[in-house]
Design a binder for this molecule. Structure first.
Ligand SMILES: [Zn+2]
Length: 182
Protein backbone atom coordinates (compact mmCIF):
# COMPACT_ATOMS: atom_id res chain seq x y z
CA UNK A 1 0.00 0.00 0.00
CA UNK A 2 2.97 2.32 0.62
CA UNK A 3 4.22 1.54 -2.86
CA UNK A 4 0.81 2.38 -4.33
CA UNK A 5 0.87 5.70 -2.46
CA UNK A 6 4.26 6.49 -4.06
CA UNK A 7 2.84 5.56 -7.47
CA UNK A 8 -0.24 7.77 -7.03
CA UNK A 9 1.93 10.67 -5.80
CA UNK A 10 4.14 10.35 -8.88
CA UNK A 11 7.20 9.48 -6.77
CA UNK A 12 8.05 5.87 -7.64
CA UNK A 13 11.33 4.53 -6.26
CA UNK A 14 11.60 1.36 -8.29
CA UNK A 15 13.54 1.17 -11.53
CA UNK A 16 14.38 -2.43 -12.33
CA UNK A 17 17.99 -2.94 -13.42
CA UNK A 18 19.78 -5.76 -15.18
CA UNK A 19 21.89 -6.19 -12.03
CA UNK A 20 18.71 -7.01 -10.07
CA UNK A 21 17.62 -9.44 -12.74
CA UNK A 22 20.97 -11.27 -12.50
CA UNK A 23 20.75 -11.40 -8.72
CA UNK A 24 17.25 -12.93 -8.92
CA UNK A 25 18.31 -15.67 -11.33
CA UNK A 26 19.29 -17.87 -8.36
CA UNK A 27 15.87 -17.67 -6.67
CA UNK A 28 12.82 -15.69 -5.64
CA UNK A 29 11.22 -14.73 -2.36
CA UNK A 30 8.17 -12.58 -3.20
CA UNK A 31 6.67 -10.82 -0.18
CA UNK A 32 3.18 -10.81 -1.73
CA UNK A 33 1.05 -12.69 -4.22
CA UNK A 34 -1.49 -10.75 -6.27
CA UNK A 35 -4.38 -12.24 -8.24
CA UNK A 36 -5.23 -9.47 -10.69
CA UNK A 37 -7.13 -8.95 -13.94
CA UNK A 38 -5.38 -9.43 -17.29
CA UNK A 39 -6.53 -5.92 -18.24
CA UNK A 40 -3.60 -4.02 -19.78
CA UNK A 41 -4.33 -1.08 -17.48
CA UNK A 42 -3.54 -3.07 -14.33
CA UNK A 43 0.28 -3.43 -14.35
CA UNK A 44 0.74 -4.87 -10.87
CA UNK A 45 4.44 -4.19 -10.20
CA UNK A 46 4.12 -0.66 -11.57
CA UNK A 47 1.05 0.35 -9.57
CA UNK A 48 2.57 -0.98 -6.34
CA UNK A 49 5.98 0.53 -7.19
CA UNK A 50 7.85 -2.74 -6.80
CA UNK A 51 10.70 -4.49 -8.59
CA UNK A 52 11.02 -7.91 -10.20
CA UNK A 53 11.18 -10.56 -7.48
CA UNK A 54 8.88 -8.71 -5.08
CA UNK A 55 5.39 -9.78 -6.17
CA UNK A 56 4.19 -13.15 -7.46
CA UNK A 57 1.54 -12.10 -9.96
CA UNK A 58 -1.29 -14.28 -11.27
CA UNK A 59 -3.44 -12.59 -13.87
CA UNK A 60 -6.55 -13.61 -15.74
CA UNK A 61 -9.54 -11.63 -16.98
CA UNK A 62 -11.88 -11.06 -14.03
CA UNK A 63 -9.30 -12.02 -11.34
CA UNK A 64 -11.19 -15.06 -10.14
CA UNK A 65 -9.88 -18.23 -8.48
CA UNK A 66 -9.80 -20.73 -11.34
CA UNK A 67 -8.16 -24.11 -10.65
CA UNK A 68 -5.01 -23.00 -12.46
CA UNK A 69 -4.93 -19.68 -10.59
CA UNK A 70 -5.36 -21.51 -7.29
CA UNK A 71 -2.49 -23.87 -8.10
CA UNK A 72 -0.22 -20.89 -8.81
CA UNK A 73 -1.28 -19.13 -5.61
CA UNK A 74 -0.74 -22.32 -3.58
CA UNK A 75 2.75 -22.62 -5.06
CA UNK A 76 3.60 -19.04 -4.07
CA UNK A 77 2.14 -19.56 -0.61
CA UNK A 78 3.37 -23.04 0.31
CA UNK A 79 6.62 -23.36 -1.64
CA UNK A 80 7.85 -19.77 -1.92
CA UNK A 81 6.41 -18.86 1.52
CA UNK A 82 4.85 -15.64 0.24
CA UNK A 83 2.92 -14.47 3.33
CA UNK A 84 0.23 -12.26 1.76
CA UNK A 85 -2.32 -12.81 -1.01
CA UNK A 86 -4.30 -9.95 -2.50
CA UNK A 87 -7.23 -10.42 -4.87
CA UNK A 88 -7.17 -7.19 -6.87
CA UNK A 89 -10.25 -6.18 -8.84
CA UNK A 90 -10.41 -2.95 -10.80
CA UNK A 91 -12.97 -0.36 -11.83
CA UNK A 92 -14.46 -0.66 -15.33
CA UNK A 93 -13.55 -4.37 -15.55
CA UNK A 94 -14.79 -5.73 -18.88
CA UNK A 95 -15.05 -9.30 -17.58
CA UNK A 96 -17.29 -8.19 -14.72
CA UNK A 97 -19.31 -6.09 -17.15
CA UNK A 98 -19.84 -9.20 -19.32
CA UNK A 99 -21.18 -11.10 -16.29
CA UNK A 100 -23.54 -8.23 -15.40
CA UNK A 101 -24.72 -8.07 -19.03
CA UNK A 102 -25.35 -11.81 -19.05
CA UNK A 103 -27.34 -11.56 -15.80
CA UNK A 104 -29.32 -8.72 -17.42
CA UNK A 105 -29.88 -10.15 -20.90
CA UNK A 106 -29.01 -13.87 -20.91
CA UNK A 107 -26.91 -13.39 -24.05
CA UNK A 108 -23.84 -15.68 -24.06
CA UNK A 109 -20.36 -14.74 -25.27
CA UNK A 110 -18.88 -16.96 -28.02
CA UNK A 111 -16.08 -19.50 -27.66
CA UNK A 112 -14.43 -19.97 -24.30
CA UNK A 113 -15.26 -16.46 -23.09
CA UNK A 114 -18.39 -17.63 -21.34
CA UNK A 115 -16.10 -19.38 -18.79
CA UNK A 116 -15.28 -15.93 -17.47
CA UNK A 117 -18.94 -15.01 -17.20
CA UNK A 118 -19.79 -18.26 -15.37
CA UNK A 119 -17.04 -17.63 -12.83
CA UNK A 120 -18.05 -14.02 -12.15
CA UNK A 121 -21.82 -14.52 -12.30
CA UNK A 122 -22.26 -15.15 -8.52
CA UNK A 123 -20.77 -11.71 -7.81
CA UNK A 124 -22.91 -10.08 -10.50
CA UNK A 125 -26.11 -11.71 -9.22
CA UNK A 126 -25.33 -10.81 -5.61
CA UNK A 127 -25.39 -7.12 -6.58
CA UNK A 128 -28.47 -7.17 -8.81
CA UNK A 129 -30.76 -5.46 -6.31
CA UNK A 130 -28.18 -3.34 -4.52
CA UNK A 131 -28.46 0.44 -4.66
CA UNK A 132 -25.95 2.27 -6.86
CA UNK A 133 -24.02 1.10 -9.88
CA UNK A 134 -24.50 -2.61 -10.60
CA UNK A 135 -21.19 -2.94 -12.51
CA UNK A 136 -19.15 -1.08 -9.88
CA UNK A 137 -20.73 -3.02 -7.03
CA UNK A 138 -20.06 -6.31 -8.83
CA UNK A 139 -16.35 -5.44 -9.19
CA UNK A 140 -16.11 -5.03 -5.40
CA UNK A 141 -18.18 -8.14 -4.74
CA UNK A 142 -16.10 -10.22 -7.14
CA UNK A 143 -12.85 -9.30 -5.34
CA UNK A 144 -14.47 -9.94 -1.97
CA UNK A 145 -15.96 -13.31 -2.97
CA UNK A 146 -12.71 -14.57 -4.50
CA UNK A 147 -10.71 -13.53 -1.43
CA UNK A 148 -13.22 -15.56 0.59
CA UNK A 149 -12.87 -18.52 -1.78
CA UNK A 150 -9.11 -18.46 -1.17
CA UNK A 151 -9.55 -18.18 2.59
CA UNK A 152 -11.80 -21.25 2.56
CA UNK A 153 -9.66 -23.28 0.15
CA UNK A 154 -8.42 -26.51 1.75
CA UNK A 155 -5.90 -27.63 2.67
CA UNK A 156 -3.08 -25.34 1.53
CA UNK A 157 -4.67 -21.93 2.02
CA UNK A 158 -6.50 -22.73 5.26
CA UNK A 159 -3.24 -24.12 6.66
CA UNK A 160 -1.37 -20.98 5.57
CA UNK A 161 -3.92 -18.78 7.35
CA UNK A 162 -3.41 -20.80 10.53
CA UNK A 163 0.32 -20.14 10.14
CA UNK A 164 -0.20 -16.37 10.01
CA UNK A 165 -0.57 -15.73 6.27
CA UNK A 166 -3.06 -13.06 5.18
CA UNK A 167 -5.57 -12.97 2.31
CA UNK A 168 -7.16 -9.64 1.42
CA UNK A 169 -9.43 -8.19 -1.27
CA UNK A 170 -8.81 -4.82 -2.91
CA UNK A 171 -9.92 -2.69 -5.86
CA UNK A 172 -7.70 -0.62 -8.17
CA UNK A 173 -9.23 2.60 -9.47
CA UNK A 174 -8.25 3.05 -13.12
CA UNK A 175 -8.87 6.79 -13.06
CA UNK A 176 -6.84 7.64 -9.93
CA UNK A 177 -4.28 4.81 -9.74
CA UNK A 178 -5.28 4.19 -6.14
CA UNK A 179 -5.71 0.75 -4.57
CA UNK A 180 -8.35 0.50 -1.81
CA UNK A 181 -8.48 -2.44 0.57
CA UNK A 182 -11.90 -4.01 1.09
ZN1 LIG B 1 -10.73 -6.57 -15.72
Amino acid sequence: MEGNARFVAGNPLCRPTIAQVRELASGQSPFATVLACADSRVPVETLFDHDPGDIFVVRLAGNFVSDAALASIEYATAVLKSPLVMVLGHTSCGAVQAAVEYARTGIKLPGHMHMLVDAILPAAKACEHQPGDWWGNAVVENARLNARTLRESKPVMTQALENGHQIVGAVYDLSTGKVSLL
